[in-house]
Ligand binder design. Structure first.
Ligand code: ARG
Length: 566
Protein backbone atom coordinates (compact mmCIF):
# COMPACT_ATOMS: atom_id res chain seq x y z
CA UNK A 1 0.00 0.00 0.00
CA UNK A 2 1.51 3.38 -0.86
CA UNK A 3 1.80 6.18 1.66
CA UNK A 4 -0.20 8.66 -0.33
CA UNK A 5 -3.23 6.37 -0.23
CA UNK A 6 -2.73 5.63 3.46
CA UNK A 7 -2.46 9.30 4.34
CA UNK A 8 -5.52 10.23 2.31
CA UNK A 9 -7.52 7.60 4.18
CA UNK A 10 -6.45 8.91 7.59
CA UNK A 11 -7.16 12.48 6.57
CA UNK A 12 -10.44 11.57 4.89
CA UNK A 13 -11.64 10.10 8.15
CA UNK A 14 -10.64 13.17 10.15
CA UNK A 15 -12.30 15.53 7.66
CA UNK A 16 -15.22 13.26 6.85
CA UNK A 17 -14.58 13.64 3.12
CA UNK A 18 -14.13 11.04 0.34
CA UNK A 19 -10.60 9.60 0.33
CA UNK A 20 -10.30 10.18 -3.40
CA UNK A 21 -10.92 13.90 -3.07
CA UNK A 22 -8.17 14.15 -0.44
CA UNK A 23 -5.84 11.97 -2.48
CA UNK A 24 -6.10 14.25 -5.49
CA UNK A 25 -5.43 17.33 -3.39
CA UNK A 26 -2.32 16.01 -1.61
CA UNK A 27 0.88 17.70 -2.74
CA UNK A 28 4.56 16.90 -2.54
CA UNK A 29 6.23 19.80 -0.68
CA UNK A 30 9.87 20.90 -0.61
CA UNK A 31 12.06 18.37 1.20
CA UNK A 32 12.20 19.95 4.69
CA UNK A 33 8.42 20.37 4.71
CA UNK A 34 7.71 16.67 4.85
CA UNK A 35 6.79 14.01 2.31
CA UNK A 36 3.20 15.07 1.61
CA UNK A 37 1.27 18.25 2.31
CA UNK A 38 -2.44 18.95 2.37
CA UNK A 39 -3.59 22.48 1.40
CA UNK A 40 -6.57 23.15 3.66
CA UNK A 41 -8.02 25.99 1.59
CA UNK A 42 -9.53 23.23 -0.52
CA UNK A 43 -11.92 22.57 2.35
CA UNK A 44 -12.71 26.18 3.33
CA UNK A 45 -16.09 26.19 1.58
CA UNK A 46 -17.20 23.10 3.48
CA UNK A 47 -15.73 24.00 6.86
CA UNK A 48 -16.51 27.72 6.57
CA UNK A 49 -13.28 28.51 8.38
CA UNK A 50 -9.92 30.01 7.47
CA UNK A 51 -7.42 27.40 6.19
CA UNK A 52 -5.06 27.67 9.25
CA UNK A 53 -8.00 26.98 11.58
CA UNK A 54 -9.00 23.96 9.48
CA UNK A 55 -5.42 22.71 9.56
CA UNK A 56 -5.28 23.00 13.36
CA UNK A 57 -8.61 21.27 13.74
CA UNK A 58 -7.79 18.34 11.42
CA UNK A 59 -4.33 17.83 12.90
CA UNK A 60 -5.99 17.50 16.30
CA UNK A 61 -8.34 14.83 14.97
CA UNK A 62 -5.64 12.61 13.52
CA UNK A 63 -4.31 9.69 15.55
CA UNK A 64 -0.73 9.27 14.38
CA UNK A 65 -0.32 5.87 12.65
CA UNK A 66 2.99 4.06 13.07
CA UNK A 67 4.24 4.82 9.57
CA UNK A 68 4.13 8.55 10.24
CA UNK A 69 6.96 10.15 12.16
CA UNK A 70 5.00 13.37 12.76
CA UNK A 71 2.58 15.87 11.29
CA UNK A 72 3.06 19.62 11.37
CA UNK A 73 0.72 22.51 10.78
CA UNK A 74 2.25 25.37 8.83
CA UNK A 75 -0.21 28.12 7.96
CA UNK A 76 -3.02 26.55 5.98
CA UNK A 77 -1.09 23.34 5.35
CA UNK A 78 -0.79 20.05 7.17
CA UNK A 79 2.60 18.47 6.48
CA UNK A 80 3.10 14.74 6.81
CA UNK A 81 6.48 13.20 7.59
CA UNK A 82 6.77 9.50 6.83
CA UNK A 83 8.73 7.44 9.30
CA UNK A 84 12.16 6.73 7.77
CA UNK A 85 12.19 3.05 8.58
CA UNK A 86 8.70 2.63 7.18
CA UNK A 87 9.75 4.47 4.02
CA UNK A 88 12.90 2.39 3.61
CA UNK A 89 10.95 -0.75 4.09
CA UNK A 90 8.18 0.16 1.71
CA UNK A 91 10.49 1.14 -1.18
CA UNK A 92 13.05 -1.62 -0.73
CA UNK A 93 10.56 -4.41 0.00
CA UNK A 94 8.74 -3.61 -3.19
CA UNK A 95 11.90 -3.69 -5.29
CA UNK A 96 13.23 -6.82 -3.63
CA UNK A 97 10.01 -8.74 -4.04
CA UNK A 98 8.93 -7.49 -7.47
CA UNK A 99 12.32 -6.91 -9.10
CA UNK A 100 12.25 -4.72 -12.21
CA UNK A 101 8.47 -5.07 -12.26
CA UNK A 102 8.27 -2.66 -9.32
CA UNK A 103 7.95 0.18 -11.81
CA UNK A 104 5.03 -1.39 -13.66
CA UNK A 105 1.38 -0.48 -13.36
CA UNK A 106 -1.95 -1.62 -14.69
CA UNK A 107 -3.34 1.78 -15.64
CA UNK A 108 -3.37 0.88 -19.33
CA UNK A 109 -5.07 -2.49 -19.02
CA UNK A 110 -7.53 -3.13 -21.82
CA UNK A 111 -6.38 -0.11 -23.83
CA UNK A 112 -4.31 -0.03 -26.99
CA UNK A 113 -1.75 2.58 -27.97
CA UNK A 114 -0.43 2.72 -31.53
CA UNK A 115 2.92 4.37 -32.11
CA UNK A 116 3.93 5.34 -35.64
CA UNK A 117 7.69 5.81 -35.54
CA UNK A 118 10.94 5.47 -37.46
CA UNK A 119 9.10 5.33 -40.83
CA UNK A 120 12.03 5.93 -43.20
CA UNK A 121 11.57 6.38 -46.93
CA UNK A 122 12.41 3.61 -49.35
CA UNK A 123 15.44 4.31 -51.56
CA UNK A 124 16.42 7.25 -49.37
CA UNK A 125 19.01 7.37 -46.61
CA UNK A 126 18.15 6.50 -43.01
CA UNK A 127 19.25 9.81 -41.55
CA UNK A 128 19.58 11.27 -38.09
CA UNK A 129 15.95 12.49 -38.07
CA UNK A 130 14.83 8.89 -38.52
CA UNK A 131 17.14 7.83 -35.72
CA UNK A 132 15.51 10.32 -33.36
CA UNK A 133 12.05 9.09 -34.36
CA UNK A 134 13.19 5.50 -33.90
CA UNK A 135 14.69 5.84 -30.44
CA UNK A 136 12.02 8.18 -29.03
CA UNK A 137 9.25 6.00 -30.46
CA UNK A 138 10.84 2.84 -29.14
CA UNK A 139 11.18 4.35 -25.68
CA UNK A 140 7.54 5.50 -25.64
CA UNK A 141 6.59 2.00 -26.78
CA UNK A 142 8.38 0.49 -23.78
CA UNK A 143 7.14 3.13 -21.32
CA UNK A 144 3.48 2.67 -22.27
CA UNK A 145 4.02 -1.07 -22.29
CA UNK A 146 5.26 -0.90 -18.69
CA UNK A 147 2.04 0.89 -17.76
CA UNK A 148 0.04 -2.06 -19.00
CA UNK A 149 -1.12 -0.75 -22.38
CA UNK A 150 -1.44 -3.11 -25.27
CA UNK A 151 1.12 -1.84 -27.76
CA UNK A 152 1.16 -1.61 -31.54
CA UNK A 153 4.44 -0.36 -33.01
CA UNK A 154 4.02 0.69 -36.62
CA UNK A 155 6.73 1.45 -39.15
CA UNK A 156 4.85 3.61 -41.68
CA UNK A 157 7.39 3.14 -44.45
CA UNK A 158 7.50 5.78 -47.17
CA UNK A 159 7.14 3.20 -49.92
CA UNK A 160 4.85 4.86 -52.46
CA UNK A 161 4.70 8.09 -54.42
CA UNK A 162 5.99 9.92 -57.47
CA UNK A 163 9.65 9.27 -56.61
CA UNK A 164 9.30 5.62 -57.61
CA UNK A 165 8.34 6.47 -61.19
CA UNK A 166 11.47 8.60 -61.40
CA UNK A 167 13.60 5.92 -59.85
CA UNK A 168 12.41 3.27 -62.31
CA UNK A 169 13.11 5.60 -65.20
CA UNK A 170 16.59 6.46 -63.88
CA UNK A 171 17.44 2.84 -63.15
CA UNK A 172 16.41 1.67 -66.60
CA UNK A 173 18.42 4.41 -68.27
CA UNK A 174 21.59 4.63 -66.20
CA UNK A 175 21.58 1.94 -63.55
CA UNK A 176 22.60 -1.68 -63.35
CA UNK A 177 21.59 -4.54 -61.14
CA UNK A 178 25.01 -5.30 -59.78
CA UNK A 179 25.70 -1.78 -58.48
CA UNK A 180 22.32 -1.53 -56.81
CA UNK A 181 22.84 -4.91 -55.12
CA UNK A 182 26.35 -4.02 -54.05
CA UNK A 183 26.01 -0.36 -53.06
CA UNK A 184 22.35 -0.29 -52.02
CA UNK A 185 20.49 2.87 -51.02
CA UNK A 186 23.38 5.19 -51.87
CA UNK A 187 23.25 3.95 -55.46
CA UNK A 188 19.46 4.39 -55.58
CA UNK A 189 19.88 7.90 -54.21
CA UNK A 190 22.52 8.65 -56.81
CA UNK A 191 20.18 7.53 -59.59
CA UNK A 192 17.35 9.60 -58.15
CA UNK A 193 19.50 12.74 -57.97
CA UNK A 194 20.78 12.07 -61.48
CA UNK A 195 17.20 11.88 -62.73
CA UNK A 196 16.52 15.39 -61.43
CA UNK A 197 19.63 16.82 -63.07
CA UNK A 198 18.84 15.19 -66.40
CA UNK A 199 15.15 16.13 -66.23
CA UNK A 200 16.11 19.78 -66.04
CA UNK A 201 17.63 19.60 -69.51
CA UNK A 202 15.14 17.09 -70.79
CA UNK A 203 11.65 17.62 -69.28
CA UNK A 204 10.19 14.67 -71.23
CA UNK A 205 11.81 12.46 -68.63
CA UNK A 206 9.12 13.60 -66.23
CA UNK A 207 6.45 12.19 -68.53
CA UNK A 208 8.32 8.93 -68.69
CA UNK A 209 8.47 8.81 -64.87
CA UNK A 210 4.77 9.56 -64.60
CA UNK A 211 4.18 6.75 -67.06
CA UNK A 212 5.99 4.31 -64.78
CA UNK A 213 4.00 5.49 -61.78
CA UNK A 214 0.77 4.88 -63.70
CA UNK A 215 2.09 1.43 -64.58
CA UNK A 216 2.75 0.74 -60.91
CA UNK A 217 -0.74 1.90 -60.02
CA UNK A 218 -2.23 -0.35 -62.68
CA UNK A 219 -0.38 -3.39 -61.44
CA UNK A 220 2.16 -3.67 -64.26
CA UNK A 221 4.37 -6.63 -63.43
CA UNK A 222 7.73 -5.22 -64.46
CA UNK A 223 7.22 -1.86 -62.75
CA UNK A 224 5.99 -3.51 -59.58
CA UNK A 225 8.81 -6.02 -59.41
CA UNK A 226 11.38 -3.20 -59.73
CA UNK A 227 9.55 -1.28 -57.00
CA UNK A 228 9.49 -4.38 -54.81
CA UNK A 229 13.21 -4.84 -55.37
CA UNK A 230 13.94 -1.24 -54.34
CA UNK A 231 11.92 -1.90 -51.19
CA UNK A 232 13.90 -5.08 -50.42
CA UNK A 233 17.26 -3.43 -51.00
CA UNK A 234 16.29 -0.56 -48.71
CA UNK A 235 14.81 -2.76 -45.99
CA UNK A 236 18.00 -4.78 -45.86
CA UNK A 237 19.86 -1.61 -44.93
CA UNK A 238 17.22 -0.34 -42.50
CA UNK A 239 17.20 -3.73 -40.84
CA UNK A 240 20.92 -3.44 -40.10
CA UNK A 241 20.21 -0.26 -38.14
CA UNK A 242 17.26 -1.83 -36.31
CA UNK A 243 19.43 -4.82 -35.41
CA UNK A 244 22.10 -2.55 -33.98
CA UNK A 245 19.45 -0.77 -31.93
CA UNK A 246 17.70 -4.06 -31.09
CA UNK A 247 14.35 -2.71 -32.23
CA UNK A 248 11.46 -4.57 -33.87
CA UNK A 249 8.04 -3.44 -35.06
CA UNK A 250 4.62 -5.05 -34.85
CA UNK A 251 3.67 -3.81 -38.30
CA UNK A 252 5.53 -2.63 -41.38
CA UNK A 253 2.40 -1.47 -43.19
CA UNK A 254 3.81 1.45 -45.17
CA UNK A 255 2.13 3.99 -47.38
CA UNK A 256 1.55 1.51 -50.24
CA UNK A 257 -0.56 -0.63 -47.92
CA UNK A 258 -3.33 1.97 -48.19
CA UNK A 259 -3.49 2.14 -51.99
CA UNK A 260 -6.64 0.05 -52.33
CA UNK A 261 -8.25 1.71 -49.31
CA UNK A 262 -7.85 5.33 -50.35
CA UNK A 263 -10.59 5.56 -53.00
CA UNK A 264 -13.25 4.84 -50.35
CA UNK A 265 -11.85 7.46 -48.04
CA UNK A 266 -11.70 10.08 -50.79
CA UNK A 267 -15.34 9.23 -51.58
CA UNK A 268 -16.23 9.66 -47.93
CA UNK A 269 -14.54 13.05 -47.72
CA UNK A 270 -16.47 14.09 -50.81
CA UNK A 271 -19.76 12.80 -49.40
CA UNK A 272 -19.25 14.86 -46.26
CA UNK A 273 -19.25 17.92 -48.50
CA UNK A 274 -15.83 19.22 -47.54
CA UNK A 275 -13.85 18.45 -50.69
CA UNK A 276 -13.35 21.34 -53.08
CA UNK A 277 -11.44 22.03 -56.23
CA UNK A 278 -8.46 24.30 -56.17
CA UNK A 279 -6.29 24.79 -59.23
CA UNK A 280 -7.47 21.45 -60.56
CA UNK A 281 -6.52 19.64 -57.35
CA UNK A 282 -8.94 18.39 -54.68
CA UNK A 283 -8.47 19.95 -51.26
CA UNK A 284 -10.15 20.48 -47.90
CA UNK A 285 -10.28 24.16 -47.10
CA UNK A 286 -8.97 24.94 -43.61
CA UNK A 287 -9.04 28.74 -43.74
CA UNK A 288 -11.38 28.86 -40.76
CA UNK A 289 -8.69 27.13 -38.72
CA UNK A 290 -5.94 29.43 -40.01
CA UNK A 291 -4.21 26.68 -41.95
CA UNK A 292 -3.51 26.24 -45.66
CA UNK A 293 -5.77 23.73 -47.46
CA UNK A 294 -5.08 20.03 -46.97
CA UNK A 295 -4.30 18.39 -50.33
CA UNK A 296 -6.26 15.21 -50.99
CA UNK A 297 -5.87 14.55 -54.74
CA UNK A 298 -3.34 15.94 -57.18
CA UNK A 299 -4.39 17.43 -60.47
CA UNK A 300 -3.75 14.10 -62.19
CA UNK A 301 -5.85 12.29 -59.61
CA UNK A 302 -2.85 10.93 -57.70
CA UNK A 303 -3.05 10.65 -53.93
CA UNK A 304 -0.76 12.46 -51.50
CA UNK A 305 0.97 12.08 -48.16
CA UNK A 306 -2.04 13.44 -46.20
CA UNK A 307 -4.47 11.19 -48.12
CA UNK A 308 -2.45 8.18 -47.00
CA UNK A 309 -2.26 9.38 -43.41
CA UNK A 310 -6.02 9.97 -43.18
CA UNK A 311 -6.66 6.52 -44.62
CA UNK A 312 -4.12 4.90 -42.29
CA UNK A 313 -5.64 6.55 -39.21
CA UNK A 314 -9.11 5.23 -40.08
CA UNK A 315 -7.70 1.78 -40.78
CA UNK A 316 -5.86 1.74 -37.44
CA UNK A 317 -8.90 2.95 -35.54
CA UNK A 318 -11.02 0.19 -37.08
CA UNK A 319 -8.39 -2.53 -36.77
CA UNK A 320 -6.80 -1.82 -33.40
CA UNK A 321 -9.42 0.36 -31.74
CA UNK A 322 -6.64 2.44 -30.21
CA UNK A 323 -7.23 4.79 -27.33
CA UNK A 324 -4.31 6.80 -28.66
CA UNK A 325 -2.26 6.88 -31.83
CA UNK A 326 1.07 8.69 -31.55
CA UNK A 327 3.12 9.99 -34.47
CA UNK A 328 6.79 10.62 -33.79
CA UNK A 329 8.37 12.90 -36.40
CA UNK A 330 10.54 16.01 -36.67
CA UNK A 331 8.87 19.28 -35.75
CA UNK A 332 8.87 20.42 -39.39
CA UNK A 333 5.87 18.13 -40.02
CA UNK A 334 3.76 19.89 -37.41
CA UNK A 335 1.49 21.59 -39.93
CA UNK A 336 0.98 18.40 -41.93
CA UNK A 337 -0.38 16.59 -38.86
CA UNK A 338 -2.47 19.54 -37.66
CA UNK A 339 -4.07 19.73 -41.12
CA UNK A 340 -5.11 16.15 -41.58
CA UNK A 341 -6.14 15.70 -37.92
CA UNK A 342 -8.54 18.57 -38.62
CA UNK A 343 -9.84 16.93 -41.82
CA UNK A 344 -10.77 13.80 -39.83
CA UNK A 345 -12.54 15.96 -37.28
CA UNK A 346 -14.46 17.69 -40.06
CA UNK A 347 -15.43 14.26 -41.35
CA UNK A 348 -17.15 13.78 -38.00
CA UNK A 349 -14.53 11.70 -36.21
CA UNK A 350 -14.37 13.50 -32.88
CA UNK A 351 -11.71 11.15 -31.57
CA UNK A 352 -9.20 12.69 -33.97
CA UNK A 353 -9.00 15.77 -31.76
CA UNK A 354 -8.03 13.88 -28.62
CA UNK A 355 -6.67 10.50 -29.60
CA UNK A 356 -4.29 11.41 -32.41
CA UNK A 357 -1.15 12.99 -31.05
CA UNK A 358 1.80 14.37 -32.97
CA UNK A 359 5.02 13.99 -30.96
CA UNK A 360 7.47 16.41 -32.57
CA UNK A 361 11.19 16.59 -31.91
CA UNK A 362 13.94 19.12 -32.67
CA UNK A 363 16.84 18.96 -35.09
CA UNK A 364 20.29 17.56 -34.60
CA UNK A 365 22.95 20.16 -35.10
CA UNK A 366 25.89 18.30 -36.50
CA UNK A 367 28.25 20.99 -35.29
CA UNK A 368 31.45 22.04 -36.88
CA UNK A 369 33.43 20.01 -39.36
CA UNK A 370 34.69 16.67 -38.16
CA UNK A 371 32.17 16.01 -35.43
CA UNK A 372 30.15 13.64 -37.53
CA UNK A 373 31.62 12.22 -40.69
CA UNK A 374 29.55 11.82 -43.83
CA UNK A 375 29.94 9.15 -46.44
CA UNK A 376 27.59 10.44 -49.10
CA UNK A 377 27.47 14.16 -49.57
CA UNK A 378 25.68 16.00 -46.79
CA UNK A 379 23.56 13.24 -45.40
CA UNK A 380 24.81 11.63 -42.21
CA UNK A 381 23.95 7.95 -42.36
CA UNK A 382 22.87 6.49 -39.07
CA UNK A 383 24.57 3.21 -39.69
CA UNK A 384 27.89 5.06 -39.89
CA UNK A 385 27.22 7.05 -36.72
CA UNK A 386 26.37 3.93 -34.73
CA UNK A 387 29.41 2.10 -36.05
CA UNK A 388 31.61 5.04 -35.16
CA UNK A 389 30.13 5.10 -31.65
CA UNK A 390 31.07 1.45 -31.22
CA UNK A 391 34.60 2.00 -32.57
CA UNK A 392 35.22 4.96 -30.31
CA UNK A 393 33.94 3.03 -27.29
CA UNK A 394 36.14 0.10 -28.16
CA UNK A 395 39.16 2.42 -28.09
CA UNK A 396 38.14 3.72 -24.65
CA UNK A 397 37.74 0.18 -23.28
CA UNK A 398 41.08 -0.81 -24.82
CA UNK A 399 42.66 2.02 -22.87
CA UNK A 400 40.81 1.72 -19.55
CA UNK A 401 40.11 -1.97 -19.17
CA UNK A 402 41.97 -4.00 -21.82
CA UNK A 403 41.37 -7.34 -20.05
CA UNK A 404 37.58 -7.05 -20.14
CA UNK A 405 35.90 -10.19 -21.46
CA UNK A 406 33.49 -9.84 -24.35
CA UNK A 407 34.85 -6.44 -25.34
CA UNK A 408 33.11 -6.39 -28.73
CA UNK A 409 29.65 -6.90 -27.32
CA UNK A 410 30.13 -4.43 -24.48
CA UNK A 411 31.53 -1.76 -26.80
CA UNK A 412 28.38 -2.19 -28.88
CA UNK A 413 26.05 -1.88 -25.90
CA UNK A 414 27.87 1.12 -24.49
CA UNK A 415 28.55 2.97 -27.74
CA UNK A 416 25.03 2.67 -29.05
CA UNK A 417 23.56 3.27 -25.60
CA UNK A 418 25.56 6.50 -25.43
CA UNK A 419 24.00 7.82 -28.64
CA UNK A 420 20.50 6.85 -27.51
CA UNK A 421 20.90 8.36 -24.05
CA UNK A 422 22.17 11.64 -25.46
CA UNK A 423 19.20 11.79 -27.80
CA UNK A 424 16.78 11.59 -24.90
CA UNK A 425 18.56 13.61 -22.25
CA UNK A 426 16.60 16.79 -22.98
CA UNK A 427 13.04 17.64 -23.86
CA UNK A 428 12.30 16.33 -27.35
CA UNK A 429 11.75 19.67 -28.93
CA UNK A 430 15.17 20.99 -27.98
CA UNK A 431 17.74 20.82 -30.75
CA UNK A 432 20.70 18.55 -30.13
CA UNK A 433 24.29 19.64 -30.57
CA UNK A 434 26.01 16.39 -31.43
CA UNK A 435 29.41 16.08 -29.76
CA UNK A 436 31.32 12.82 -29.34
CA UNK A 437 33.31 14.06 -26.34
CA UNK A 438 30.15 14.86 -24.44
CA UNK A 439 28.28 11.69 -25.39
CA UNK A 440 31.06 9.28 -24.47
CA UNK A 441 32.20 10.97 -21.26
CA UNK A 442 32.04 8.29 -18.56
CA UNK A 443 31.83 10.93 -15.84
CA UNK A 444 29.23 13.24 -17.33
CA UNK A 445 25.46 12.97 -17.36
CA UNK A 446 25.65 10.29 -20.01
CA UNK A 447 24.61 6.78 -20.95
CA UNK A 448 28.07 5.35 -20.20
CA UNK A 449 27.97 6.94 -16.73
CA UNK A 450 24.64 5.26 -15.96
CA UNK A 451 25.78 1.94 -17.40
CA UNK A 452 29.05 2.19 -15.49
CA UNK A 453 27.20 2.79 -12.22
CA UNK A 454 25.08 -0.28 -12.94
CA UNK A 455 28.19 -2.37 -13.66
CA UNK A 456 29.76 -1.08 -10.45
CA UNK A 457 26.73 -2.23 -8.45
CA UNK A 458 26.90 -5.62 -10.17
CA UNK A 459 30.57 -5.91 -9.32
CA UNK A 460 29.88 -5.18 -5.62
CA UNK A 461 27.24 -7.89 -5.54
CA UNK A 462 29.62 -10.32 -7.24
CA UNK A 463 32.38 -9.58 -4.74
CA UNK A 464 29.96 -10.04 -1.85
CA UNK A 465 28.87 -13.29 -3.50
CA UNK A 466 25.24 -12.24 -3.55
CA UNK A 467 23.42 -14.37 -6.05
CA UNK A 468 19.81 -14.43 -4.86
CA UNK A 469 17.58 -11.63 -3.65
CA UNK A 470 18.55 -10.19 -0.25
CA UNK A 471 15.88 -10.80 2.42
CA UNK A 472 15.10 -10.37 6.13
CA UNK A 473 16.55 -6.94 6.32
CA UNK A 474 16.63 -4.65 9.34
CA UNK A 475 15.56 -1.39 7.73
CA UNK A 476 16.17 0.66 10.85
CA UNK A 477 19.88 0.36 10.13
CA UNK A 478 19.70 2.79 7.23
CA UNK A 479 19.41 6.31 8.51
CA UNK A 480 22.25 8.31 7.00
CA UNK A 481 21.38 11.04 4.58
CA UNK A 482 22.94 9.62 1.44
CA UNK A 483 21.25 6.24 1.84
CA UNK A 484 17.94 8.02 2.42
CA UNK A 485 18.45 10.10 -0.70
CA UNK A 486 19.12 6.99 -2.76
CA UNK A 487 16.01 5.27 -1.46
CA UNK A 488 13.94 8.33 -2.23
CA UNK A 489 15.31 8.43 -5.80
CA UNK A 490 14.50 4.74 -6.27
CA UNK A 491 11.02 5.20 -4.82
CA UNK A 492 10.30 8.12 -7.15
CA UNK A 493 11.08 6.20 -10.35
CA UNK A 494 7.60 4.68 -10.89
CA UNK A 495 5.95 8.11 -10.71
CA UNK A 496 8.56 9.55 -13.08
CA UNK A 497 7.69 6.85 -15.58
CA UNK A 498 4.03 7.84 -15.40
CA UNK A 499 5.02 11.47 -15.90
CA UNK A 500 7.17 10.51 -18.89
CA UNK A 501 4.19 8.74 -20.47
CA UNK A 502 1.79 11.58 -19.80
CA UNK A 503 4.10 14.16 -21.34
CA UNK A 504 5.57 11.82 -23.99
CA UNK A 505 9.00 12.75 -22.64
CA UNK A 506 11.53 9.95 -22.10
CA UNK A 507 14.00 12.52 -20.75
CA UNK A 508 12.11 12.47 -17.45
CA UNK A 509 13.41 8.92 -17.05
CA UNK A 510 16.98 9.71 -18.16
CA UNK A 511 17.13 12.53 -15.62
CA UNK A 512 15.83 10.29 -12.86
CA UNK A 513 18.44 7.69 -13.77
CA UNK A 514 21.15 10.32 -13.39
CA UNK A 515 19.63 11.24 -10.02
CA UNK A 516 19.68 7.58 -8.94
CA UNK A 517 23.26 7.07 -10.11
CA UNK A 518 24.55 10.22 -8.45
CA UNK A 519 22.79 9.23 -5.20
CA UNK A 520 24.21 5.75 -5.53
CA UNK A 521 27.74 7.03 -5.94
CA UNK A 522 27.32 9.34 -2.91
CA UNK A 523 25.91 6.47 -0.89
CA UNK A 524 28.87 4.34 -1.87
CA UNK A 525 31.35 7.09 -1.02
CA UNK A 526 29.78 7.63 2.43
CA UNK A 527 29.13 4.01 3.36
CA UNK A 528 31.55 1.16 3.27
CA UNK A 529 29.71 -1.80 1.77
CA UNK A 530 32.17 -4.68 1.51
CA UNK A 531 34.06 -3.45 4.57
CA UNK A 532 30.97 -3.45 6.80
CA UNK A 533 29.70 -6.43 8.73
CA UNK A 534 26.65 -8.42 9.80
CA UNK A 535 23.24 -6.81 9.55
CA UNK A 536 24.66 -3.51 8.37
CA UNK A 537 26.41 -5.15 5.47
CA UNK A 538 23.23 -6.99 4.61
CA UNK A 539 21.16 -3.82 4.48
CA UNK A 540 23.72 -1.98 2.38
CA UNK A 541 23.95 -4.81 -0.08
CA UNK A 542 20.17 -4.81 -0.32
CA UNK A 543 20.38 -1.16 -1.27
CA UNK A 544 23.01 -1.92 -3.92
CA UNK A 545 20.79 -4.68 -5.27
CA UNK A 546 17.76 -2.37 -5.42
CA UNK A 547 19.73 0.35 -7.20
CA UNK A 548 21.05 -2.12 -9.75
CA UNK A 549 17.52 -3.37 -10.40
CA UNK A 550 16.10 0.12 -10.87
CA UNK A 551 18.90 1.32 -13.16
CA UNK A 552 18.60 -1.72 -15.38
CA UNK A 553 14.85 -1.27 -15.72
CA UNK A 554 15.17 2.46 -16.40
CA UNK A 555 17.75 1.83 -19.11
CA UNK A 556 15.48 -0.76 -20.65
CA UNK A 557 12.70 1.80 -20.92
CA UNK A 558 15.05 4.06 -22.86
CA UNK A 559 16.04 1.18 -25.15
CA UNK A 560 19.54 0.82 -23.66
CA UNK A 561 21.33 -2.35 -22.54
CA UNK A 562 22.79 -2.72 -19.05
CA UNK A 563 26.04 -4.72 -19.22
CA UNK A 564 27.13 -6.30 -15.93
CA UNK A 565 30.81 -5.60 -16.50
CA UNK A 566 32.48 -2.64 -18.12
N1 ARG B 1 8.30 8.84 -44.07
C1 ARG B 1 8.15 10.10 -43.40
C2 ARG B 1 9.49 10.86 -43.41
O1 ARG B 1 10.53 10.26 -43.53
C3 ARG B 1 7.70 9.96 -41.97
C4 ARG B 1 6.35 9.30 -41.79
C5 ARG B 1 5.75 9.59 -40.46
N2 ARG B 1 4.51 8.93 -40.24
C6 ARG B 1 3.33 9.29 -40.80
N3 ARG B 1 2.29 8.55 -40.55
N4 ARG B 1 3.23 10.35 -41.55
O2 ARG B 1 9.50 12.07 -43.28
Amino acid sequence: MDFKTLISEVLAKAADRPAEEIYNALEVPKAAMGDYAFPCFKLSKIFRKAPPAIAEYLAGEIVLPEYLEKIEVVGGYINFFIDKTALNKSVLDKILTEGGDYIKSKEGEGKTVCIDYSSPNIAKPFHIGHLRSTVIGNSLYRIYGALGYNMMGINHLGDWGTQFGKLISAYKRWGNKEDVERIGISELTRLYVLFHTKAEENPELNDEARGYLVKMQNGDEEALSLWKWFVDISMREFQRVYDMLDITFDSYAGESFYNDKMPYVVEEIKSKGILEESDGAQVVNLEKYKMPPCLILRRDGGTLYPTRDITAALYRKNTYNFSKCLYVTAVDQKLHFAQWFKVLELMGYDWAATELVHIPFGLVNLGTEGKLSTRTGHVVLMEDVLKEAVEKTKAIIEEKNPDLEDKEEIAKEVGIGAVIFDDMFNGRIKNIAFDWNKILNFEGETGPYVQYTHARACSLLRKAEITGVPSEIDYSLISDESSQALIKALGDLPQKIKDAAEKYEPYIISRQLIEICQSFNRFYRDNSVLGSEGETKKVRLALVYAAKTAIKEGLYLLGIKAPERM
